[in-house]
Design a protein around this ligand. Sequence first.
Ligand SMILES: *Cc1c(COP(=O)(O)O)cnc(C)c1O
Length: 386
Amino acid sequence: MIPYGRHEISSTDIDAVIAVLRSDYLTQGPLVPRFEEEVARKTGAHFACAVNSATSALHMACMALELGPGDALWTSPITFVASANCALYCGADVDFVDIDPLTWNLCPDQLKKKLESARKVGRLPKIVVVVHFAGRSCDMAAIHELGQQYGFRIIEDAAHAIGGSHQNQAIGSCRFSDITVFSFHPVKIITTAEGGMALTNDPALAEKLALLRSHGITRDPEQMTGEADGPWYYQQIALGYNYRMTDLHAALGLSQLETLEARINRRHELRANYDEALADMSLQLPAPDQHGRSALHLYPVLLAGREVGARRREVFEGLRSAGVGVNVHYIPVHLQPYYRDLGFLPGQFPVAEDYYRRAITLPLFPGLTERQQDVVVSTLAAALSV
Ligand SMILES: *Cc1c(COP(=O)(O)O)cnc(C)c1O
């Protein structure tokens, strides 16, 4: 089976992890801060906080921005559930903004319309989580301007997008957002096995993120109430979690980071091959890059025509049974049973739902060979012609 995505671990990566196993620190040694510094340097963000998953980073980001009961968080329905769940962890409400039919990202025009009606009923969101779907940046300038106008904070869920850019700046620079979150899960662009990071340019937010990552405990006398009892002393000044990354994971991340550009370049080569080979099939392909370079985490194609739901299933099963490991990204979050129980209904986000009925994600990862790509293309052509 040709998988839809696959991590790549080099012998250099393996050596880096083994070196940690032989060192004095398995967890809180020098490599976590070094990994944070490197990601901050590459993205231009001022502060970085490495954690054990992007889900943890999203939760901390919402807490740092003081999301709580009575508040609302909005995000895209075409994302992994974690982009929305972070609001529920904080006791806040979730709502969604429909996607753009070409970029498949949260649509700034739809956002504007929804903000206008929300203002009338006094239900403006406190946070909007934008998702750089498949590695393509959202229209951040437009969304940031709406944020200024309507007073919401912005979290970039860049789980797909490390290595991508927007208006000549690396995704993660936080130029148009409060916090950006990366994931280092193995299917993503680079991996630490499990892992994530939250980036920000705001020192106060950075301080809160660091506290939340580790139980709300500080050893910094400046942050304490009153005097320290002695050199052993620490204080818990907030309710945090254990969301820490280990040095083992950071070693892998640092080593993987060295190959980030090469990975993105390879993804762009493969994308160009697909774009050319699939151009004449009756498919909607990913739109060309605009305002920046996509990190190309995914290559979804959409089937054309009506009554497409059953047909998509046939094509999908045809590909799978021929050994092509296709996938579907994503089932709209509002249609998940948990969200249906919160009151969401089919038909509420029609562009997202139409996208979902048509979408098939083709294999795309740096180790995919041209020969495997030919197999994907010819198998897809055969499946479409049935
Ligand atoms: C993978 C993913 C996450 C969660 O990442 P983890 O590191 O697995 O917690 C969040 N949002 C999006 C869009 C993702 O694709």
